[in-house]
Design a protein around this ligand. Structure first.
Ligand SMILES: CC(C)(COP(=O)(O)OP(=O)(O)OC[C@H]1O[C@@H](n2cnc3c(N)ncnc32)[C@H](O)[C@@H]1OP(=O)(O)O)[C@@H](O)C(=O)NCCC(=O)NCCS
Length: 195
């Protein structure tokens, strides 16, 4: 399938104290030179012990492997504050196949991570919109997001973007001696509800 052109997200009006800022985030396909930033953002999520079941910090090389390992109908996206080479990566998201089993060919899994210092500024929303647009263009009809139950703000974020919680896997993960539940969220794309 051909590449899907990235596009500028809608302007995001932010009220910060007395300042009224308008930002236009860019979301585009990740490149090799984004991988250090992608790894850095993911390492914050790993260190928090409440966003992922990964426990070992990753390297830029690991992120590059993920980028090079993408298959058809998969995409790694990054969000930046503006266009242009050198614009800092503030967050990233991925849409990937849910399973290799043919019966799941219309199902994908999505994840989104934003730099801790840059949250609440619309990067997550911009990434989520683009993940949904890519998933739709790739022909998926069902998106899955798996989120640690302690991560209530991320569950709420996904629900605000149309995901529905369909179940909780109790005590499915053990991190540093702490048992974790995982919430399963789904987003159904149907003919009347195209992204
Ligand atoms: C969930 C996550 C991706 C959201 O990204 P984000 O860039 O903060 O998202 P947005 O700014 O688009 O939206 C955050 C919402 O919280 C509000 N908010 C305000 N201040 C905030 C802050 N300091 N931090 C986070 N959210 C804040 C925003 O106004 C916004 O509300 P709205 O949806 O009603 O508009 C981000 O918190 C994150 O990276 N979490 C850790 C990784 C993770 O848990 N990923 C999910 C696993 S799939």
């Amino acid at each position: 399938m051909s590449d899907i052109p990235s596009h500028r997200s809608e302007p995001v009006a932010l009220l910060r104290g007395s300042q009224h800022l308008v930002r236009q985030h860019r979301v585009r396909r990740a490149r090799a030179d984004d991988c250090a930033a992608i790894a850095g953002i993911y390492n914050q999520a790993i260190a928090s012990r409440r966003c992922t079941m990964d426990t070992e910090l990753v390297t830029a090389g690991g992120a590059l492997d993920q980028l090079h390992g993408l298959r058809l109908r998969e995409a790694l996206l990054v969000a930046t504050p503006e266009k242009g080479t050198g614009a800092p990566v503030r967050g990233w998201g991925v849409v990937k196949r849910y399973s290799n089993r043919p019966g799941y060919h219309l199902t994908c899994e999505t994840s989104v991570y934003v730099h801790e210092a840059e949250r609440g500024q619309g990067y997550g929303a911009a990434l989520q919109r683009e993940l949904l647009r890519h998933a739709t263009a790739f022909g998926y009809r069902h998106l899955v997001a798996k989120i640690l139950a302690v991560n209530t703000e991320s569950i709420a974020f996904h629900q605000r973007h149309g995901f529905e919680e369909v179940g909780v896997q109790r005590r499915i993960g053990l991190i540093d001696g702490v048992w974790h539940d995982v919430a399963i969220l789904q987003y159904l794309i149907d003919a009347d509800r195209r992204a």
